[in-house]
Design a protein. Structure first.
Length: 277
């Protein structure tokens, strides 16, 4: 592999060995360049960028329900979604689907699947999904849907092995998401603005929830997380009822907008020993 320096072709390896390339005369530089270009046959090679797609990792590739990219499109489109993948590559137990644009996964994408290990959208293709997605999966460990903007309810819940969720673009979600996950330690939704009810609840070992842009939430969110110590929602100005119930108040710090300091849920948590900031 080679790169251009001052209009001349030099191998990248020469520049990345950690040893400075020293030259004392223009004759030496000219000779070195000539020798290197002779090796390269005067051709500078530009590496192709790695391909990215929707990556599904299985415990065994034989357990994938999608033999072709068409099978995946058919499943998604048949469940109220929209998918237009054009190819698939299989390496070991990993399938990577390419060519999708503005994909909506629809309903029930990975609902009750006992063989999926991880879901990664490294191509930022998936922008929406419906209800009952990534739910009740026995060995699902990681979900990365970084371009997902909206989702309906009951997603990313009841996954006993789930330890990692990346939903960095999610702005709106309905109820009962990210709940009942036994091994999820922390949850960050940096773009979330609005959520309805029953989210981020009953997670056995969850210690932190961060949603720095959240302004509005309805009822019964962040409940029954007995190890939860921090809720960081500094822009939260509208809250329903029944939030934080069942948590261990005396180990909690709850960060909300000052306009909510008199809200019933905040006062109840404070009376139980929570720190409100």
């Amino acid at each position: 592999m080679a790169t251009y320096i001052s209009g001349l072709c030099l191998p990248t390896a020469m520049l990345s060995t950690g040893v400075p390339y020293n030259v004392t005369t223009i004759e030496q530089l000219t000779a070195d360049i000539a020798a290197l270009n002779a090796i390269l046959d005067n051709t500078c090679v530009t590496p192709e960028p790695p391909r990215a797609g929707l990556e599904l990792t299985w415990d065994d590739i034989a357990n994938s329900p999608f033999a072709t990219f068409g099978d995946l499109n058919t499943f998604i489109n048949g469940n109220g979604g929209a998918a237009n993948y054009t190819s698939v590559e299989v390496v070991g137990n990993v399938q990577t689907f390419y060519g999708g644009t503005a994909v909506n996964l629809g309903d029930s994408f990975m609902d009750g699947n006992d063989n999926i290990v991880s879901i990664r959208d490294d191509a930022f293709q998936v922008v929406a999904q419906g209800r009952d997605c990534q739910k009740s999966c026995a060995i699902l460990e990681a979900i990365a849907l970084p371009a997902l903007i909206t989702q309906v309810g009951s997603s990313q819940s009841l996954n006993p092995a789930l330890t990692s969720i990346n939903l960095q673009a999610l702005t709106t979600q309905s109820g009962f998401c990210q709940s009942g996950n036994d091994t999820l330690l922390s949850m960050s939704l940096p773009s979330l603005i609005i959520q309805t009810s029953g989210n981020q609840s009953n997670n056995a070992v969850l210690t932190g929830f961060v949603a720095n842009l959240l302004t509005t939430q309805a009822d019964v969110n962040q409940t029954d997380n007995t190890l939860l110590t921090t809720i960081t929602t500094p822009l939260l100005t509208s809250i329903g009822t029944g939030n934080y119930v069942g948590c261990t108040y005396n180990i909690m710090t709850i960060n909300v907008d000052a306009s909510l300091f008199g809200a019933a849920d905040i006062l109840l948590a404070q009376a139980g020993g929570a720190t409100i900031i």
